[in-house]
Design a protein around this ligand. Structure first.
Ligand SMILES: Cc1cc2nc3c(=O)[nH]c(=O)nc-3n(C[C@H](O)[C@H](O)[C@H](O)COP(=O)(O)OP(=O)(O)OC[C@H]3O[C@@H](n4cnc5c(N)ncnc54)[C@H](O)[C@@H]3O)c2cc1C
Length: 477
């Protein structure tokens, strides 16, 4: 792609440098490289400058200046997004506004059960700050060591605790946003009840940086679990996994915090490629569930898990299993689930899907999707896993053994198309938690009604009339 000329670019870049200082600008190609490629190495972008402001005022000044110069902005947090939304276009006409230096926890309030964190705070560090005052920040995902609060909110991240605590959106009481013209909207409310007109924060949450820059947020905290019990259970088939979830929810009330499905191939890949993993059961099974109960009370939770297990064995919904005896064992069980992305990489090309369907349709979705991909590409290896308690399946497909990687990956659009059609037919969504970005922009148009698309375009035009906020992401320009 040829570079797009930006009028007065050197002047604009010099003025940005004057705002953020040398520490806040990266222009050396080698230093810029890690900011310009995503985790899966699927998107490679170009930019004249990575800008790294350290305060909300600096963000506002940079954004205002960009508005004056007609310079487009790609907001970026920890760069763990999976749809290419945080990577600039290869045309090189956009600056990257990386928020990682805006990383102060402004306030922790154990009485109000809230934490106010700036956009660049790493999720794991926010969890740790909450734990220091004996509170739980429940948002949790495998990328938590590097993803950041601004990115989490802008993608409306999900993760492993959605079943009990909801998506990122459900955890937000207030946000601070720099609007595309550089004005600051201070919406950092710490209220659980506030019915005062349109709830604007929800427009920016999940917008993937297309409406403004989130600079800080007030997030809900919860009582910290005193007891956590984790079990890995083998189930005879997919329908049994579903029956087990219903059973476990009924028996434990709201104590069921995670319910993750994994097929045997997930174990095979992890055992082969992830150091330190071992098979927790003595025998191999086709389907497994990783189940976690947690409670802020102490005592009795293990007994609850044991009684769920006993009853499930009696009903035939579980055929084998193990309950972690301690933290180390629980971590070992979670490691198999959490390293799935890395475990799949050495197996060659992998085509990804992040779909959701109503929970009761998960088994049917996996059956139909597996049949579809193995008909489309004989020998293709479906790797289904994910947050089944939320109806969210990460339906990845590894290339046939010995196949040509590039030729397999060239089928990505065909395969996505078919899988998304299956999810849609079952009342589902083509993107459960990873968003749209560039990767699924065409699918948005395919599956959303014209009315919904028109409303989205009107909102974009009203808030970002110059179209400078993450152009070409989510919606076609
Ligand atoms: C191993 C791995 C596991 C993952 N597991 C999950 C999972 O379980 N659940 C899940 O939901 N996601 C998951 N993801 C995806 C990713 O981690 C999340 O989308 C995360 O929320 C992105 O945060 P980030 O800081 O890295 O954002 P980035 O990748 O930097 O950006 C993501 C989007 O947010 C925008 N953005 C970033 N910061 C701001 C800001 N301050 N203001 C406005 N816009 C902004 C960007 O423009 C882009 O559109 C996973 C990713 C990896 C690599």
């Amino acid at each position: 792609m040829t570079a797009v000329p930006i009028p007065n670019l050197p002047n604009a870049l010099a003025r940005i440098r004057a705002i953020v200082g040398d520490k806040g600008c990266v222009t050396d190609p080698e230093a810029m490289a890690p900011f310009l490629i995503d985790d899966r190495k699927k998107f490679l972008g170009k930019t004249p400058m990575i800008v790294r402001p350290a305060t909300t005022l600096e963000v506002a000044a940079v954004v205002e200046l960009c508005a004056q110069h007609g310079l487009a902005i790609v907001p970026q947090g920890g760069n763990t997004g999976l749809c290419g939304a945080q990577i600039p276009s290869p045309a090189g006409a956009e600056i990257v506004l990386n928020l990682s230096r805006l990383n102060r926890v402004r306030d922790v309030d154990p009485i109000n059960y809230t934490i106010t964190a700036e956009a660049g705070c790493i999720l794991a560090e926010v969890q740790a700050k909450a734990a220091e005052v004996d509170r739980l920040m429940p948002l949790s995902l495998a990328a938590e060591g590097s993803c950041e609060i601004g990115g989490n909110l802008s993608t409306n991240a999900g993760g492993i605790n959605v079943l009990r605590y909801g998506m990122a959106r459900d955890l937000v009481l207030g946000i601070e946003v720099v609007l595309p013209d550089g004005r600051i909207w201070d919406g950092l409310r710490r209220l659980r009840k506030d019915n005062t007109g349109y709830d604007l924060k929800h427009l920016f949450i999940g917008a993937e940086g297309t409406l403004g820059i989130i600079t800080a947020a007030v997030l809900k905290l919860f009582p910290r679990p005193r007891e956590v019990v984790t079990a890995l259970l083998a189930v005879p088939d997919l329908d049994s996994a579903l029956a087990l979830m219903v059973q476990a929810r009924e028996a434990s009330g709201d104590k069921l915090t995670a319910f993750e499905l994994m097929e045997r191939i997930c174990f095979d890949f992890a055992l082969r490629h992830v150091p330190g993993t071992h098979d927790p059961l003595n025998q191999a099974y086709d389907h497994y569930v990783l189940l976690e109960l947690s409670s802020s009370e102490t005592g009795g939770l293990r007994a609850t898990m044991e009684s769920i297990l006993e009853s499930a064995i009696e009903h035939g919904t579980v055929i084998d299993g193990t309950i972690a005896a301690n933290d180390a064992q629980a971590k070992a069980l979670w490691r198999i689930r959490e390293t799935q992305n890395d475990a799949q990489k050495p197996e060659g090309g992998s085509i990804k899907h992040d779909v959701s369907v109503p929970v009761g349709q998960v088994p049917e979705f996996i059956r139909r999707a597996s049949a579809f991909v193995t008909t489309l590409i004989p020998g293709a290896r479906p790797v289904a896993f994910g947050h089944v308690g939320d109806g969210n399946v990460h339906f990845n497909v590894s290339q046939p053994i010995g196949a040509d990687r590039a030729r397999f990956l060239a089928r990505w659009p065909d395969m996505n198309h078919g899988i998304h059609d299956i999810a849609h037919a079952l009342g589902g969504s083509f993107s459960a938690e990873h968003g749209v970005g560039v990767l699924k922009r065409d699918e948005l148009v395919r599956f959303k009604s014209p009315v919904e698309i028109e409303l989205m375009r009107r909102i974009k035009a009203a808030i970002d009339p110059q179209g400078l906020m993450n152009p070409g992401k989510v919606l076609e320009p």
